[in-house]
Design a protein around this ligand. Sequence first.
Ligand code: NDP
Ligand code: 2IT
Length: 448
Amino acid sequence: MSYVDEVLERVKAKNASEPEFLQAVEEVLDSLRPVIDANEEVYRKEAILERITEPDRQIKFRVPWVDDKGQVQVNTGYRVQFNNAIGPYKGGLRLHPSVNIGIIKFLGFEQIFKNSLTSLPIGGGKGGSDFDPKGKSDREVMAFCQSFITELYKYIGADQDVPAGDIGTGAREIGYMYGQYKRITGLYEGVLTGKGLTYGGSLARTEATGYGLLYLTEELFKSHGQSLEGKTVCVSGAGNVAIYAIQKAQQLGAKPVTCSDSTGWIYDPEGIDVELLKEVKEVKRARLTEYAAKRPSAEYHEKKNGEHGVWNIKCDIALPCATQNELDIEDAKALVANGVIAVCEGANMPTTLDATKYFQANGVWFVGGKAANAGGVATSALEMSQNSERLSWTFEEVDSKLQQIMVNIFHNIDDAAKRYGHEGDYVMGANIAGFEKVATAMIAQGVC
Ligand code: NDP
Ligand code: 2IT
């Protein structure tokens, strides 16, 4: 049996109850075959695949907090420190009722390769809790965040592990967490990214994931002799990534016509009004029905199980920006039948494995999240640099660095795929390019 298959079997046996983690590992290991096969003896002897699929450590803890009625609530907190071969652990904190150890492990595993692709010195980690910030008062969110950090502070630090935002964790949550970290440790350091601009945050971090997604998509189109001008775009999600993806798509001449949240979706053939969307989602924290109520051109559809939602709308470019496994084989068939040219993932693993394969088999340019959404964490690393030198760069400076990073990522993954004779397989290219640097660093640092 090949080394890849041997390790895949072992990982499956060991983590049988973690389907999302297994899905992420299977995608990566499967596409690393050409690299591993070319150097099997060394990788096997060094147990690189066993080591890279086993987190350095998993931290799980109780998070008790008091709600507005005086009732004690208990959530579970997690931080998976996956791999720090090339830099301190780095990755977001997800606050969503669906969070469990398997979800955090899949996200932490992806983060290793994504962070490597940014070319910046950051390792892979992820954390979060099954706490749901939706419908909670600011005081309840603060109580949760303070309790969460009261345990997590022991394991994080500016040169050790630097968490950030993800689903359910935005500037408000990061602010409360930063305040508690500072209070407990007495340290004013860049221990979290996505901070507010008055206390060490970076300009353009809020926009970075969505903007970066479009910078990479633009470079993808350029490499095929095309542009984004006049292209129709379907976006899912209506959070941080989706909003700034929509905004940058418009700035680059494309027309985003959809967005969605967990209860419904919008089709707005005139193009999404991004200022209205920001007002509804960022300021009011309301449902998309409020968008539809204020926008006569928009259709609102209630989310129904088994329906294609936004992926039924005819488009040139699909940008899934909500959550994992939100785009399945039926959605992929609908998109291909409607002539989609490219799919670039703003979310982490939003496309199921069979849907990914279907896109690739049908000539759709498909770029996975590790490459396409790396702009967020890359800009987090730029925030860390600014914190270290105690300076703040201008928006233009950060944005131009982000743009350069995304253009470089595209060419690195494109080149890696070509090097192994799989031109156009950007999934393989991303996994290979991300893996090579981490594996080289791990081998150089000995058995650890
Ligand atoms: P937000 O919390 O800001 O927004 C998430 C959006 O997705 C919301 O519109 C939410 O709807 C929707 N959503 C979440 N879960 C589900 C679900 N189970 N079913 C349907 N809709 C859902 O998160 P982000 O925009 O930050 O994150 C979106 C994705 O991008 C995630 O996969 C995240 O891991 C990834 N990502 C984020 C980065 C960042 O910098 N923030 C960087 C790279 C990747 P509702 O509000 O109704 O829950
Ligand atoms: O998935 C991701 O890359 C993020 N949520 C951003 C992580 C970060 O550290 O900025």
